[in-house]
Every structure is written in structure tokens, then in C-alpha cells.
Design a protein around this ligand. Structure first.
Ligand SMILES: [Zn+2]
Length: 325
């Protein structure tokens, strides 16, 4: 699991630019799948045939990032955000472009920290002119956080654990599943961070009988943190709701019953902000009974997101118990 997480989180793949991370995942899942498809939206759809109904799991492989809007005469790069990036998080940060170019984030002089907006920031790639900068970076290019995956006891800190942690869990479940009772579709979706776009088209094509999104959720266990009943290390959280979906009662109950029957620790996720792929999937065609498994995560959308190794293993266990029962 540790090697897998390091490999996935240190790969590049902001929304709409998922080719690199998709290639990494494709290589990992190929030996364990019966069928692999990449659709027009770039989703990686991996099928493991089984006798029963069509069960779709979705984990998004895209990550938040920055997109170049302008390059000035001195070679400083202005940018906008791809997904939920806070200017406060970007101060002093390093970012990396698809071609490996690294830049540091600088800020204009501020009278008051409250003046800090995305447009006060710029990327410095060490170029001394526009021409020199444009040899490496063009308008429209995207960058992601540049940060190493680190292990802190049972905790893992890395960029893009949202949702490469979910991808890791699905990859591991796919490797370990022996007797699936469902016709399984593991979908590594694109463009979740900009509005669950990949999930929408992949669900339309698959027409699942049941769908479960595997994504991260917030924790309420840090000092003066969110008022949220999810803690790191207490097990995967069964999604009750977020801003995009109210989990189908039967899917919710199925997950809870499966966890209890197999003595897998679990929590309940009631999320007041944000959504996930289940939001798009459950509204497909005539509707798809959908729910979610949420991985407790601290510091979401920062370069140092944090998950717990036991939570990940228990998420794999829950998925395996569900598909083999
Ligand atoms: Zn996510």
C-alpha cells in the first residue's frame, strides 16, 4: 500500500490533464482486469466480470491545480485555479508542470494579509524574460503542488490523496478480489474537481445497477476543527450525504450491514460542503441507486493532505466484503 500511495500521489494529473496518472494506473490494473476502456472524457474504465448485477465503483484520478493565464515581460507567470485551491495555501509553495518544470509561488507586497487573492500571486520558474519562460511554460499549461509523499507512523502525508487514496483502494481491491458476485466496473474518473464531469459520462455508458464513489472526506478531530463526526483512524465513513447526493437508503444500509457483519470499523459521513462522483452518477438516465465510502482525510486540498494506513486497509476490506458476499 505504501509504495502504491507514493507512486500515485507523486504522479501528475490535474483535471483535464490526466494522461500521466492514467498511464500509471492502467499499467497497475492491466494484469487483473478482463476489459479496459478509455472513453472520450479520459475516464479509465476497468471491468472485472462477475455473474450478478452491474456494480460501479468510482474514484477520481484528477487533482486540483493551477492554470497559466499570462506571462509578463520578466518571465513571471500569472495563473488561475483548477478546482478548490486557496491562495493562503499557495504562499511559499512549489508547483510542477507536466514537463517537469518546477516553480515557486511569490506574492506582491500586501498591506494586509486580507488582501491576499489569487491575482496577487505569481509563479517564478527562474526565467529572466518572457521568451525564456515560454520555452518551458505556455499559456494554458497546468501545474500541481510539488510535494513528496511522507509516512508519519500510521499516517501518510502527500498531495493529491484526494483522490489517489481512493484510487489506491480500488486498485488493491481489484488485485485481491477472488469471487466477485457482481459484474464489476472500477472507474478511475476525470475532472471530478471541476464538477464530477468524468463520472457523468462513464455512468451513462456503463448503466450500473448500483454505484459507489470512493473519495476522501473531512475530519473533525483537529484542534478547533470542523464540527464533524469523522476521525482519522476510526475506519472508512459510509456516506449519508454531501452537497451533491443523499445516499440511496439501500446502498447506505448495505454498506453498514457489510461493515458490521465483517467487524470492520466504520463511521458515518454527513458532509456540509463539497460533493463527489456519486452526485453525477445517481442522476444518470432514470437514476442509479448510489452511495459512497469516504476516507477520513485531514488538510484536504493542501499539499499535505493526511490519511491513515489502517483506514485504507479497512476500506479495501469493506469493498472486498461487499463484492464477495
Ligand atoms: Zn475528491
Amino acid at each position: 500500500m505504501k509504495d502504491l500511495l507514493k507512486n500515485l500521489t507523486e504522479s501528475y494529473g490535474p483535471s483535464g490533464n490526466e494522461e500521466k496518472i492514467r498511464n500509471v494506473i492502467k499499467e497497475l490494473v492491466e494484469p487483473y482486469s478482463d476489459e479496459i476502456k478509455i472513453d472520450a472524457m479520459g475516464n479509465l474504465i476497468v471491468r472485472k466480470k462477475g455473474p450478478g448485477k452491474k456494480l460501479m465503483f468510482a474514484a477520481h484520478m484528477d487533482e486540483i491545480g493551477l492554470i497559466v493565464t499570462n506571462i509578463d515581460e520578466k518571465g513571471f507567470i500569472r495563473f488561475s485555479n483548477i478546482g478548490g485551491v486557496s491562495p493562503y495555501v499557495l504562499l511559499g509553495e512549489r508547483v510542477i508542470f507536466e514537463n517537469g518544470t518546477v516553480g515557486v509561488i511569490g506574492v506582491e507586497k500586501l498591506e494586509d494579509i486580507k488582501e491576499l487573492k489569487m491575482k496577487k500571486l505569481f509563479i517564478d520558474i527562474g526565467a529572466s524574460s518572457k521568451e525564456e519562460a515560454m520555452e518551458k511554460v505556455k499559456i494554458g499549461d497546468m501545474a500541481t503542488y510539488y510535494r513528496e509523499c511522507t509516512f508519519l507512523g500510521k499516517s501518510i502525508s502527500a498531495k493529491s490523496l484526494d483522490d489517489r487514496a481512493g484510487c489506491a483502494v480500488l486498485i488493491k481491491a481489484l488485485k485481491e478480489v477472488k469471487n466477485p458476485k457482481y459484474d464489476l466496473y472500477f472507474v478511475f474518473t476525470t475532472q471530478e474537481e471541476v464538477g464530477t464531469r468524468g463520472a457523468r459520462t462513464s455512468a451513462y455508458a456503463i448503466e450500473p445497477d448500483l454505484a459507489i464513489a470512493v473519495d476522501v472526506t473531512l475530519c473533525g478531530d483537529t484542534p478547533e476543527g470542523e464540527k464533524m463526526a469523522v476521525e482519522l483512524g476510526k475506519g472508512p465513513a459510509v456516506k449519508i450525504k454531501d452537497m451533491s447526493v443523499l445516499s440511496h437508503p439501500e446502498v447506505k444500509q448495505l454498506l453498514i450491514d457489510t461493515a458490521e457483519k465483517n467487524k470492520i470499523p466504520y463511521q458515518k459521513e454527513v458532509l456540509d460542503m463539497g460533493g463527489t462522483d456519486a452526485g453525477a452518477i445517481h442522476l444518470t438516465k432514470e437514476g442509479v441507486p448510489s452511495g459512497g465510502i469516504a476516507i477520513p482525510t485531514r488538510y484536504v486540498h493542501t499539499p499535505s493532505e493526511m490519511v491513515n494506513l489502517d483506514d485504507l486497509e479497512n476500506t479495501v476490506k469493506l469493498i472486498l466484503a461487499l463484492i464477495e458476499q
